[in-house]
Design a protein around this ligand. Structure first.
Ligand code: MRU
Length: 357
């Protein structure tokens, strides 16, 4: 998608290095960073230079390819794979991507292993782009249906950033929105700010602006009253891990939006590629929920009057804070799952039907 009119993907291999857009600096600075070692990839994922479930999966795949280039000793590759998987605990895409790389490299020795690893990482990213495009084509039908009934702008609420910056391209939650916009359907997006890291305000609003899609940032607690006032036609969010029973783990605050949507009969959709489905864990309580440094809550970063990035403390110095990064929305509050294969009910039967082969 576009930044200042130029097309980008979020990660690519060029001149023997992996390149990423440093998302910790957006929207104030657009900086491209180079990842040269597996350590660089792990660090970029941990400090969230790259973030969003599909993109951290893609970065982990390239991270493993970098590890193989550095040292093709099986023990080093195994250790790197483990560290990549552990770099952030909640998004299943990390493990999915690393497992796929390991499977591809099994039994391959010698010089060819490095180029096979790089090709596989690129294929993982290309596939994610295709899946996200298909999510858009499938989700477009829902937006179109609402528009055909309403004959007026479709107001869509989203949480966090499940946009193209969270994937390789298109995004998951935003892909149906981009497709609707391209088709000429008038859409307007309510963008949850998404405290504490403000991915909604900093990233979703930024990328929608760049694609010229009307959007309005709202404080995280505003969605409820907008739904009561009939100003939200549908919600679409992303997910870091969706269980085979349809329970959806996503950015903290998603659950409260789903409750408000349920109370107000607003359809609540979750958009995801199949790489985000966890077919193993059966119960939501077993999903590892990332707890991040409470400094993300107590401090905010922005630019001052001289356009310099600054971080300031906003809490009383002695106060304690807890920073859980994700929550789980039970399947019963989810209207449907928009996937690359089509739209399914958020249930075991729905997912099984869609992914039986
Ligand atoms: O902590 P983040 O910014 O990585 O969280 C991202 C989200 O919660 C997204 O909704 C999710 O990863 C889906 S991205 C298509």
């Amino acid at each position: 998608m576009k930044i200042e009119g130029k097309d980008y993907r979020t990660i690519w291999y060029e001149e023997n290095v992996v390149k990423i857009i440093d998302q910790t600096k957006l929207p104030h600075q657009f900086i491209i960073k180079e990842l040269k070692t597996v350590k660089d990839a792990i660090s970029a994922i941990k400090i969230m230079k790259v973030r969003g479930a599909p993109l951290i999966g893609g970065t982990a795949a390239y991270g493993l390819a970098l590890a193989v280039q550095e040292n093709n000793d099986p023990e080093f590759i195994k250790k790197s794979a483990k560290e990549l998987i552990q770099s952030r605990p909640t998004a299943i895409n990390l493990k999915w991507a690393v497992d796929r790389m390991i499977k591809k490299l099994a039994g391959i020795n010698g010089e060819q292993i490095a180029s096979i690893a790089l090709n596989e990482a690129k294929e993982i990213c290309d596939q994610d782009e295709k899946f996200c495009e298909n999510i858009g084509i499938n989700g477009l039908k829902i937006i179109e249906e609402i528009y055909n009934k309403k004959k007026d702008t479709v107001n869509i609420l989203t949480h966090c950033n499940a946009g193209w910056l969270a994937t390789i391209n298109w995004g998951t939650a935003t892909s149906p929105i981009y497709h609707a916009h391209k088709k000429g359907i008038p859409v307007h997006v309510w963008v949850d700010e998404t405290r504490p890291r403000n991915q909604g305000a900093n990233l979703t609003s930024y990328e929608l602006n760049e694609e010229k899609i009307p959007n309005t940032i709202i404080a995280d607690n505003t969605g409820g009253i907008l739904m009561q006032r009939g100003q939200v036609d549908m919600c679409i969010v992303g997910t870091d891990r969706t269980l085979s029973n349809g329970d959806v783990c996503n950015k903290i605050g998603t659950y409260l939006k789903a409750l408000a949507a349920h109370d107000n009969d607003v359809p609540f959709y979750v958009a995801l590629p199949s790489s985000t489905i966890d077919w193993d864990i059966k119960e939501a309580k077993d999903i590892p929920i990332e707890e991040r440094n409470s400094e993300e809550l107590s401090h905010v970063e922005g630019v001052d009057e001289n356009n310099q990035l600054k971080k300031v403390l906003i809490y009383p110095k002695k106060s304690k804070a807890i920073n859980l990064a994700f929550d789980v929305t039970p399947a019963k509050y989810v209207t449907g799952l928009i996937t690359e294969r089509g739209i399914s009910k958020a249930s075991s039967d729905g997912l099984k039907e869609l992914f039986k082969k």
